[in-house]
Design a protein around this ligand. Structure first.
Ligand SMILES: [Zn+2]
Length: 298
């Protein structure tokens, strides 16, 4: 963990939650079938992902894949006791060694939601260009400010930045996507074409981002793409309807909640708990078990 004031305080608070038995109680409720744990990563280090899998395995849980979750949502499989679903956003190049290798070795199903443009073009994710432009003093708009821009303005700004700055490939290649699915434990889902903030897009842009990314991935992988994750977790009713119409089975938000027999019926608004890089492992245990977000689960 990075020794920042934030991380020291949250480390102390996480240990307090652990000592008080909150995590133990949350795991007991999971194993009683009160909920499924839906956990997601971005680009964890290999040791972090390994530690998370070790901790989860020690709790006596089992992992389910996206197809099983869909069957549970449809009511074709009874709501399970002790099930955990793992998803990963963006399609980072590092996922191959840091996540997929271990998932393959330990037979752990993982769904990776991929943004297609960085895969096909071989460049960086858009926020990397913005960060680089900031660092070099070229401009002083940070990624959070860019997220507030209309999508057209975001794309125009990025086109200029891409002419000026070189980020290099950050996503997996087409070959790597095909290769990691062959391990049998990885399923690829869509995370749009350009990772826009969907509510800042026009109807046409939303349609393109949601349906064209599906088609691109289906062409690459030669099978139906059934899962979707909203970039940055941002969506509105329009996006939910568009995702359903495009033919996806399930879609994930970043709302930090347990997946219950009730909210799993909202198949296009599924919640997830995020594991963070650079924070204490005690905090990540609290995050994975959901106790970190207690107020959201009341
Ligand atoms: Zn993302």
């Amino acid at each position: 963990m990075k020794m920042t004031a934030r991380n020291i305080l949250t480390y102390l608070y996480a240990n307090y939650l652990l000592m008080r038995g909150d995590v133990q109680k949350a795991v007991a409720r999971l194993k009683n079938g009160q909920y499924i744990l839906s956990i997601y990563f971005h680009d964890p280090s290999k040791p972090l992902f390994g530690k998370c899998m070790k901790w989860l395995n020690q709790q006596g849980i089992f992992f389910i894949d996206l197809k099983t979750l869909h069957e549970i949502a449809l009511g074709n499989i009874p709501f399970p006791k002790g099930a955990v679903l793992l998803t990963v956003d963006d399609g980072w190049k590092t996922n191959k060694t840091n996540i997929v290798e271990l998932a393959h070795q330990q037979n752990i199903p993982v769904t990776i939601f991929v943004t297609t443009e960085p895969v096909l073009v071989g460049n960086g994710y858009w926020w990397s260009y913005v960060k680089l432009a900031n660092k070099s003093g070229y401009m002083s708009i940070n990624p959070e400010q860019v997220k507030l821009m209309e999508n057209k303005s975001r794309l125009e700004m990025l086109a200029k930045l891409k002419d000026r700055f070189c980020v290099g490939r950050e996503a997996m290649t087409v070959d790597e996507l095909q290769e990691i699915e062959k391990t049998g434990r990885v399923v690829i889902g869509s995370h749009t074409v350009t990772h826009p903030i969907l509510p800042r897009c026009t109807d046409e842009e939303v349609y393109m981002e949601i349906s064209h990314s599906k088609k691109q991935l289906e062409d690459i992988l030669q099978h139906k793409i059934n899962g979707f994750a909203y970039p940055n977790g941002d969506f509105s009713e329009r996006e939910v309807n568009m995702v359903e119409r495009a033919g996806y089975h399930l879609a994930f938000t970043t709302k930090p909640s347990y997946l219950t027999a009730e909210n799993i019926k909202e198949k296009y608004m599924l919640p997830r708990f995020e594991v963070l890089k650079d924070v204490s492992f005690a905090e990540n245990i609290c995050r994975m078990s959901g106790v970190w977000f207690r107020k959201n689960n009341a």
